[in-house]
Design a protein. Structure first.
Length: 372
């Protein structure tokens, strides 16, 4: 029977498209799905015969794993509970997006163990599992509605060109696909980057949309300081922290990021590009540090999502961030455990010197708790 093709660009009700795709997958059918990279061929990971049919349609060699599509970084932990810090950072910062993470799947509590045995073997034939959250709204809606994850691979025969249109899917697979969702040309038009993540490092297995250089930057430990205007307290903390980490790592200030640590600052009410307070610049100059080039930036959802550690100057700052982004609460702490860092704005330079000493003392305690 010829495949059903639905043009989601002209569909009257996008929810109906999602429901039809979910029903097809639940019934064990193969569905061609648009993603931001290339078109994928999907089957329900709970449906053993559908996955076997997908492998046959692909003419895939034994030992070539299928990717498991999940809806979020949080769901990835259900299948890889021991996901390393690097893996968690990449999942949080790259997903939904064009990156496939390959991780070990040996944890006894992995939900992979609840899938049919032949599906487990198709997904993880060598003891590792590939996970991805595609950045396509329809696919994410399907994943949210479907019971269980889907296995996903490019919608072509093995060795063929990666399809970037629904027409190419039909030309390659013909009647071997049951339903195809047409969303025009894929936005990026090239495969995802496949990266294997370990405890301390990453290895790019297939170069795709995201470069290795970008992935290494995104895998860094990111420390973010937050105050009100990002012209005094948080930029002073940022620079002092970077210097202390550089000393600990035995490198220069500008080499800290290359050693896997990003240090940034922002303000809850900051404007873009404001200059630092002259007194703060002078106090850090006396400490051998140059704050004069700092430009303020406001706190954004992306900064909150990407940061591993967020240290605020006051409890009120923390409360404000948690109120707006409650999902980040576990990563947000007040820098000084026993007291707020008072705002020296408008006071004499002695206030700024006291502020810098308080921040430096708190950082000595905080950084001693972190392994670099």
């Amino acid at each position: 029977m010829p495949p059903v093709v639905i043009d989601i660009r002209s569909a009257e009700d996008s929810r109906d498209v999602v429901h039809r795709a979910v029903q097809a997958l639940a019934e064990g059918k193969l569905v061609g799905l648009p993603t931001e990279t290339v078109y994928g061929l999907a089957a329900s990971a709970l449906h053993e015969r559908a996955v076997a049919r997908l492998l046959a349609v692909k003419s895939r060699r034994a030992g070539q794993p299928l990717t498991l599509a999940v809806k979020s970084a949080d769901e990835a932990l259900d299948y890889a509970p021991n996901l390393s810090a690097i893996g968690r950072r990449l999942a949080r910062r790259c997903w939904p997006g064009p990156v496939t993470l390959v991780v070990e799947d040996q944890h006894p509590d992995s939900l992979l163990k609840h899938l049919p045995l032949t599906v487990q073997q198709a997904i993880a034939p060598t003891g590792s599992i590939g996970l991805r959250a595609p950045a396509h709204p329809t696919v994410l809606d399907i994943l949210r509605m479907l019971t269980g994850p889907i296995v996903l691979t490019s919608a072509n025969r093995s060795g063929g060109e990666d399809p970037v249109t629904a027409e190419e899917v039909l030309e390659s697979l013909g009647n071997d696909v049951d339903l195809v969702l047409n969303d025009g040309h894929s936005r990026l038009g090239q495969p995802s980057t496949v990266v294997k993540v370990g405890l301390k490092d990453l290895q790019v297995l297939r170069q795709g949309v995201v470069s290795e250089q970008t992935l290494r930057r995104l895998s860094c430990l990111m420390i973010l300081f937050v105050c009100t205007g990002n012209t005094c307290r948080s930029p002073m903390a940022e620079l002092l922290c970077r210097k202390m980490i550089a000393d600990r790592l035995g490198c220069g200030l500008h080499e800290v990021a290359d050693r896997g640590v990003l240090v940034m600052s922002a303000g809850l009410s900051a404007l873009v590009g404001s200059r630092p307070s002259p007194e703060g610049v002078e106090v850090l100059r006396q400490m051998g540090l140059n704050l004069a080039d700092h430009e303020s930036q406001p706190l954004t959802a992306q900064l909150v999502r990407h940061s591993d550690i967020i240290w605020t100057m006051t409890r009120a700052h923390r409360q404000a961030i948690v109120q707006q982004w409650p999902e980040a609460a576990a990563r947000i702490e007040v820098l000084c455990k026993d007291d707020d860092v008072a705002d020296p704005i408008g006071g004499p330079i002695e206030f700024y010197q006291q502020c810098a000493r308080q921040i430096k003392s708190a950082l000595e305690e905080r950084l001693a708790e972190i392994e670099f």
